[in-house]
Design a protein around this ligand. Structure first.
Ligand code: AHM
Ligand code: MG
Length: 334
């Protein structure tokens, strides 16, 4: 039997909230459309010659790929015109996007996104994704400034990602659990395939870029060396390791079968604050992981509790199976 479409799912969810006006459901529908368009753009990449680098750099000083810019434009275009959104910000833009005057209408929401996460993987045909986070726009603000976006992750109304992998999946939370939808390309619809996703509390799989080992802090050194000792070591079990270098793919794997993912602080990242960006990578993924029963921390504090100080702020990230995150966070206390 075919599952329900994402549109039916969203409308049924909306019915449960008596006071809902339907605007939020429509807003999510535009995000869904943007993700379908991005899925097509990523799939066609090599055929239409969009797999290369551009000469430009983004605010993070990273060389932009053609697809970084194309997918950023798709997200802006799909979401700017309906009036539900007061402001948008993304990894690919230094400042919040100026929504054209003709579309401005006291929108209730702010949208933050990374249009193509893991884009260093795109020209080698490895999974990439889109990450997004929705916040309330402060009341009475029609042209939101950076300060209006700087809300802690606990204030997110919704977070989600699309994974462009062997199939395209969309995973969402609005604070009532996590649901996953697979794109049926023939129908052109996302279908509910993974209702109420739950992360197992225990795991024997970790994900980290091992090439940074010599730069890590002591707690992470200890944790990984104990995992590598396997059955003979203090952990008393063998661990497996994965590193896709696409956070969306790693978080999706953890939602399906558990695991621990980290991009920890290291001595060469200290000035930047970490590698991953708080507002459109760490916060939405932490919201999803916590809603699926997992945990997420910098090692020293819960990510969702951080009061942001900048749109492109970076933080160390440790997330996944609750008990395993607990072990590593515990090592940061000793
Ligand atoms: P991006 O948004 O520029 O693609 O960077 C974020 C990505 C994450 O998806 C991934 O976990 C990490 O960068 C990989 O970094 P590294 O290449 O250092 O392993
Ligand atoms: Mg990214």
């Amino acid at each position: 039997m075919h599952g329900i479409t994402i549109t039916q799912f969203l409308i049924e969810e909306q019915r449960k909230v008596g006071s809902a006006t339907g605007e939020f459901t429509l807003l999510l529908n535009h995000i869904v459309t943007a993700c379908k368009r991005i899925s097509c753009a990523v799939n066609k990449g090599a055929l239409v010659g969009t797999m290369g680098n551009l000469e430009s750099e983004n605010i993070q000083g990273e060389t932009q790929k053609q697809l970084d810019v194309i997918t950023n434009d798709i997200f802006l275009e799909a979401n700017q015109w309906a009036g539900y959104i007061a402001g948008m910000a993304s990894e690919e833009m230094d400042d919040p996007y100026d929504i054209p005057e003709k579309y401005r209408q006291d929108g209730k929401y702010l949208l933050l996104f990374d249009p193509l996460d893991g884009s260093s993987n795109v020209n080698v045909n490895i999974s990439v994704g889109t990450i997004f986070s929705i916040l309330h726009s402060p009341q009475g603000v029609t042209n939101p400034k950076v300060e209006d976006f700087l809300q802690p992750g606990t204030r997110q109304v919704c977070a989600g990602y699309a994974l462009y992998g062997s199939s395209t999946m969309l995973v969402l939370t609005t604070g009532h659990g996590v649901n996953g939808f697979a794109l049926d390309r023939e129908m052109g619809e996302f279908i509910l395939t993974n209702p109420d996703m739950q992360i197992p509390a225990d795991t024997h799989e970790f994900a980290v870029n091992m090439s940074n080992q010599r730069f890590w802090e002591a707690p992470v050194q200890r944790y990984v060396s104990e995992c590598l000792q396997g059955e003979e070591g203090v952990r008393g079990k063998d661990f497996n390791m994965r590193w896709v270098a696409s956070m969306v793919a790693e978080v999706h794997r953890i939602l399906i079968r558990g695991g621990l993912f980290m991009y920890p602080m290291d001595s060469k990242l200290r000035d930047k604050g970490g590698k991953l960006r708080l507002m459109y990578e760490a916060n939405p993924m932490s919201f999803i992981v916590e809603q699926a029963g997992g945990a997420s921390s910098t090692g020293r504090e819960r990510i969702l509790d951080i009061q942001p100080s900048g749109l492109h702020q970076r933080v160390p990230v440790i997330l996944g199976s609750k008990n395993e995150v607990g072990v590593l966070v515990g090592y940061h206390r000793t």
